[in-house]
Unconditional design. Structure first.
Length: 564
């Protein structure tokens, strides 16, 4: 487990736990669990839950289990199990030997279901799914009893055994808890706790053809594992009476955990539904679960987000009891804040414009000193080559600049970062298009390192890369997945709000020499450009870099343009 706390000791959940400890509840123990369903990749919302559950255990010297709630084999895959474990470890948490699965308890869960039947608290129902929904009623009206609610105990036991033996078709029968069809809480109106489902399970194979429902398996799994505090998101608050009812009926469960709900994370400009994320993947609207535009932990990792930045984000937003929308800009701020301290600085030109230094010797190459990270003096310096022909950004030159333009222009002098002062003496244009294809400059040899011995003032500083030593690269510029902040508040299919400019791929970008052979996952700040990570696609050829975040939030300006 991470050596530092990631959950605030002052949140309301910790206050409740402190009260339990004060009253010596659970013999002073605090055991939590992170219980994802292996039916998709984890996203940033799960990261909040991971940090809260593992962080809470850490704060109270307790233990946190990793438990995969694998009770629906029709939607679960080993790929998802592996990705979940990888994501939790990457975030900095370790469950040790406490890796569990709901499927570990299938036999026990079956036994507890039998106990409910024997106590007259459960019955086998022949209504189909539509009929069960109809009989359940609505929030404004009570439900009505199933025709099979009064089946004798022995008949229910016999039918349940035969359900397990595979005698009946899928969906033909269910096992339902016998609670109260007139309850104002619709989840207490005889909920289904077992269904017939023939689907090969990733761990138990075809040993079972009946599977417990989530609400039934979840609370009992918590009890079996000795969980003291079952921390879950706010939508399960209405399920808590059922959670407690099931455990109260079963005299043989080891303990009765306390369920506590908190508000889930809703993040602007994206979707947090596994179903919708799966839809994006299956319809190939993104490149996969780890597409850097996705809010998945895998996508953020590939984009270049650090585990520290995500943990800091989760701590910053805190834990509340009310739902709200968190601005993506806050997450990006946490990422910038972390990368600013650790990312080495390099020079990279994304949209190259050729510059010829006319008075620079043809064969000369200067090795100039460049600072690796001004935030970390121990990072030292590196050598970058300077030669007669360099590349600058297209945006760093204007033939007819406005009054307050301080970059390169005809007759204007600028400082080339770490190099010299240079003055534009002319331009070369394409004879057909009229587009500028080459700039000519003279440099001042006395200004090596960008110094001005004579004290003259030069306001503009631009970055560059030596053409002779440049590393060709592909740069992928990512923006937000959606064009609207709160897609849940919009009408229509969420896919209609997909940002058409969420990915821009730039070819033949020019990077400084030090980036040759960069390993995937390496993080950098391209000066004046933003933070970038080396993508795994680099392994198959030329370097590929993903922009993690710009140096500043440019989305407000971009969003205004999209709405025009």
């Amino acid at each position: 487990m991470s050596s530092e706390s990631t959950a605030s000791p002052s949140n309301f959940i910790h206050a409740m736990i402190e009260e339990d400890l004060k009253n010596n509840k659970n013999n002073g123990k605090v055991n939590t669990r992170f219980p994802p369903e292996p039916n998709g990749y984890l996203h940033i919302g799960h990261a909040k839950s991971i940090c809260l559950n593992f962080g809470t255990a850490l704060n109270f010297n307790g233990a946190c289990n990793l438990r995969l709630d694998d009770t629906n084999p029709s939607k679960e895959e080993i790929e998802y199990v592996d990705s979940i474990k990888a994501d939790v470890k990457w975030l900095g948490f370790d469950w040790g030997k406490r890796e569990y699965y709901a499927s570990d308890y299938f036999e026990q869960l079956y036994g507890y279901a039998v106990e409910l039947i024997k106590k007259g608290k459960a019955y086998v129902c022949d209504l189909n799914a539509e009929e069960i929904k109809e009989y359940r009623g609505k929030l404004t009206e009570t439900g009505k009893d199933s025709l099979y609610r009064s089946r004798p105990t022995e008949e229910n036991l016999d039918l349940f055994v035969r359900m397990r033996a595979g005698e009946f078709p899928d969906g033909s029968r269910t096992l339902r808890a016998k609670i109260d069809m007139s309850s104002p809480n619709i989840h207490m109106r005889d909920p289904v706790i077992y269904r017939i489902l023939r689907s090969t399970h990733h761990r138990t194979g075809d040993n079972w053809c009946i599977y417990p429902m989530y609400d039934f398996a979840h609370c009992i799994s918590d009890a079996i594992e000795g969980i003291t505090h079952s921390i879950c998101t706010l939508e399960f608050e209405i399920h808590r009476p059922l959670y407690d009812w099931i455990l109260d009926q079963l005299s043989s469960v080891p303990c009765h955990p306390r369920q506590i709900e908190f508000a889930r994370l809703n993040l602007s400009y994206t979707v947090m539904s596994k179903r919708k994320l799966l839809q994006l993947v299956q319809e190939q609207l993104v490149s996969g679960w780890d597409d850097p535009r996705m809010p998945t932990i895998a996508g953020m990792r590939r984009r270049g987000y650090t585990p520290e930045s995500i943990r800091n984000f989760c701590e910053t937003i805190g834990v509340t009891k009310y739902n709200s929308l968190t601005d993506m800009a806050l997450l990006e701020h946490c990422v910038r804040d972390d990368l600013n301290k650790k990312a080495p600085r390099v020079l990279g030109v994304l949209r190259p414009l050729k510059v010829v230094i006319d008075n620079y010797p043809e064969s000369q190459v200067d090795e100039l000193d460049a600072v690796n990270n001004p935030e970390d003096p121990s990072a030292g310096t590196r050598k970058i080559p300077f030669s007669k022909i360099i590349y600058i950004e297209q945006d760093d030159f204007k033939e007819n600049p406005p009054k307050d333009y301080f970059r390169l222009a005809p007759g204007k002098e600028v400082r080339l970062r770490y190099a010299y002062l240079a003055t534009c003496t002319g331009v070369v244009k394409d004879p057909i298009s009229g587009q500028i294809v080459e700039i000519h400059c003279n440099y001042d040899p006395a200004t090596r390192g960008g110094n001005t011995p004579d004290g003259r003032k030069v306001k503009g500083t631009i970055h560059w890369v030596s053409a002779k030593h440049a590393v060709d690269a592909e740069i992928r510029l990512y923006e937000r997945l959606l064009t609207t902040a709160d897609v849940a508040a919009e009408e229509g299919d969420f896919k209609s709000f997909l940002n058409p400019n969420s990915l821009e791929i730039l070819k033949n970008c020019k990077l400084e020499r030090s980036l040759a052979g960069t390993k995937p996952g390496s993080l950098f700040q391209f000066e004046r450009q933003g933070y970038f990570s080396c993508d795994p696609d680099s392994e198959s050829g030329a370097p590929v870099f993903n922009r993690i975040v710009p140096l500043k939030d440019s989305w407000a300006k971009m969003e205004k343009g999209l709405k025009k």
